[in-house]
Design a binder for this molecule. Structure first.
Ligand code: SF4
Ligand code: SF4
Length: 180
């Protein structure tokens, strides 16, 4: 006797409540079949890799952890205009603007800069819209190739300027490479 049921996917399935034979009730055939499937997979090409010992090659357009750029003189490009935060569909970016004071021209390129700039990496979907929206070439994530590290506390995923701003040595090295 068979019963027709409808699965969640909408496909029709036929369910049988026929009594099992003695050999079927021992499940031997089912176990051997299962083992055969397992053994067959031992000899097929693996789709997984042994991370972190092995690492996959990243796509040239891979979007990694964001970086707030400095210019060739090591000054921060960001002018805290907020366009990246407006463009962000995940509302992951927050910032606080401040006025540059006399004597800080070597630190910030524009008269206004981001005193606080934070990205919530738990919200971020790495869409890259912040990079596209930025008029100052101040934020990018397509070339960083840095993966956001795992953490066990939510607050560890709020990245501030200490983790986002490009290291000064890197900016100076880039400008030296451009000049040579
Ligand atoms: S990559 Fe997308 S989601 Fe992440 S901060 Fe930028 S705009 Fe927001
Ligand atoms: S990163 Fe670019 S878009 Fe975002 S606040 Fe700074 S200058 Fe404006």
């Amino acid at each position: 006797m068979s019963l027709d049921t409808i699965s969640l996917s909408g496909k029709k399935m036929e369910v049988s409540n026929k009594k099992m034979s003695f050999w079927e009730s021992l499940y031997l055939v089912a176990i051997v079949k299962g083992l055969f499937i397992t053994i067959r997979h031992l000899f097929t090409r693996k789709v997984t890799i042994k991370y972190p010992e092995q690492k996959r090659e990243l796509s040239p357009v891979y979007r990694g952890q964001h970086m707030l750029k400095r210019d060739d003189q090591g000054r921060e490009n960001c002018t805290a205009c907020g366009l990246c935060a407006v463009a962000c569909p995940a509302e992951a970016i927050t910032m606080k603007a401040a006025e540059r004071k006399p004597g800080e021209e070597h630190l910030y390129r524009e008269e206004k800069y981001a005193e606080i700039y934070e990205i919530n990496m738990l919200r971020c979907i790495f869409c890259g819209l912040c990079e596209e929206a930025c008029p100052k070439d101040a934020i990018y994530l397509t070339e960083t190739k840095v993966m956001v590290a795992s953490a066990s506390k939510r607050e560890d995923f709020i990245y501030g300027k200490d983790r986002l701003v490009m290291p000064l040595e890197m900016a100076l090295r880039n400008s030296k490479n451009k000049a040579s």
